[in-house]
Unconditional design. Structure first.
Length: 422
């Protein structure tokens, strides 16, 4: 087929949104001729990657608003408005190409965001939307653990979601999508409410083979102290305060333990203060933002990943930890709640902060006292990632999805036949 891919974020060598765009294009190009529309700023890294590993059946369309129309977009400021305008003008560009090419399908890939439309749905061909996420919200009882900055963020985010859901173009995107892929159950409910006829829960996260090979070589940590690690930006929504409080409770029972936190962000000073107040500052190490090679060396010295995120569509770090043979301790919500199973880690219900803290601490103790359980979970985690989250496996699944959509034009789409835990 001739497939058009909308990948606003698309950069080789990255994870998160940038990696989703790049790897989706690569996987579709295994089977089809692909036209990928992305930002001009992505041209240089794409050309460098293509020089090393050509993809002859991929045609890149580099598109941006004129310079005078984008001077105000700096870092994250104004990014959503710019993205909205980019989507509108990208449709005009794609429509002109469609007249000469005649696309068979359109895939919207990035941003992975359910509450902003894709104007490419206006093209008269089957449209696959997503995976998209963002429908998650922190459980109400956990708000009191947020800083003032965190509360303001959540309020503004909720307002933006509600405004977005009233956009007639978003509802048009939902109604005209042949199928919508949702990263989590929460997002799936929102997509259905917007008018999507066919919704499949499917994670946007995946790992390339080279990462699987590298992480698969990390040996299991077998020496003292028992060490827990968390990785990510130090933001209120990552739930690191819950992790610290759970660790303090656990540490009082098993003093030969440490908690390493890798990452940086606006919550760092506050978290350092909390660690001091809890009396565990000598056993908690804030490593800050460090190179990936150093992250892997330190991960090798850790036993368990703790990821207490309160709303997370992806949870890429959970996949990396499982690929490295580390059990994952997380809350049973969002993307991590779907990625992690009872065989690969421990998922804690997020009923209340107090309950979550107590159960996380108890789970730490269970894992600390049972090295055989850690090894068993680690092996199951590696197998799960290889089977469901390797990009080549995801590419096979997406190819089957595209074939089903092509064959079902004008007929009900068999959602039940396409369910997949990945």
């Amino acid at each position: 087929m001739r497939i058009l891919v909308s990948a606003y974020a698309c950069t080789p060598g990255y994870g998160s949104e940038q990696g989703v765009g790049w790897h989706r294009v690569r996987q579709l190009a295994r089977f089809h001729e692909v036209w990928a529309i992305t930002r001009v700023k992505n041209r240089k890294p794409i050309l460098e990657a293509m020089a090393k590993e050509p993809m002859p059946n991929v045609h890149w369309i580099y598109h941006d608003l004129p310079r005078w129309a984008r001077f105000w977009k700096k870092k994250r400021r104004g990014v959503h408005l710019y993205y909205y305008l980019w989507q509108m003008t990208a449709y005009l560009r794609a429509r002109a190409v469609h007249r000469s090419i005649g696309f068979d399908q359109v895939h919207h890939v990035t941003f992975v965001n359910y509450w902003m439309p894709s104007f490419l749905v206006l093209l008269p061909v089957p449209f696959i939307w997503g995976p998209v996420g963002g429908g998650e919200a922190p459980p109400a009882g956990f708000w009191r653990f947020f800083s003032a900055r965190g509360k303001a963020y959540e309020i503004l985010r909720a307002i933006a979601q509600r405004i977005g859901e009233r956009d007639p173009f978003l509802r048009l995107t939902a109604r005209r999508a042949s199928v919508a892929l949702a990263t989590t159950n929460d997002t799936a409910k929102r997509l259905t409410a917007l008018g999507c006829r066919n919704v499949i829960i499917y994670s946007e996260a995946g790992l390339p083979q080279q990462d699987l090979d590298l992480l698969g070589t990390l040996p299991i940590h077998r020496s003292s102290p028992f060490r827990i690690v968390s990785l990510g930006d130090l933001l209120h929504l990552k739930g690191f305060e819950l992790g610290l409080r759970a660790f303090a409770r656990f540490h009082s029972r098993i003093p030969q333990s440490e908690y390493w936190i890798m990452g940086d962000g606006p919550e760092r000073k506050r978290l350092e203060t909390i660690a001091c107040e809890l009396g565990v500052s000598q056993s908690v190490v804030f490593w800050g933002r460090i190179p990936r090679s150093e992250v892997l060396r330190k991960l090798e010295q850790c036993d368990v990943l703790m990821h207490p995120s309160l709303h997370d569509s992806g949870g890429w770090v959970c996949l990396e930890a499982m690929a490295a043979g580390r059990p994952v301790l997380c809350l049973d919500i969002g993307g991590p709640g779907l990625q992690v199973t009872a065989q690969t880690g421990i998922k804690i219900p997020a009923n209340s902060p107090e309950q979550a803290i107590v159960e996380m601490a108890n789970s730490m103790e269970q894992l600390a006292l049972n090295p055989e359980l850690r090894i068993r979970m680690g092996e199951a985690g590696r197998e799960r990632v290889r089977d469901l989250f390797a990009w080549d496996r995801k590419g096979d699944w997406l190819q089957n999805l595209g074939t089903e959509v092509a064959q079902c034009q004008g007929h009900p789409f068999p959602v039940e036949g396409m369910q997949d835990a990945g």
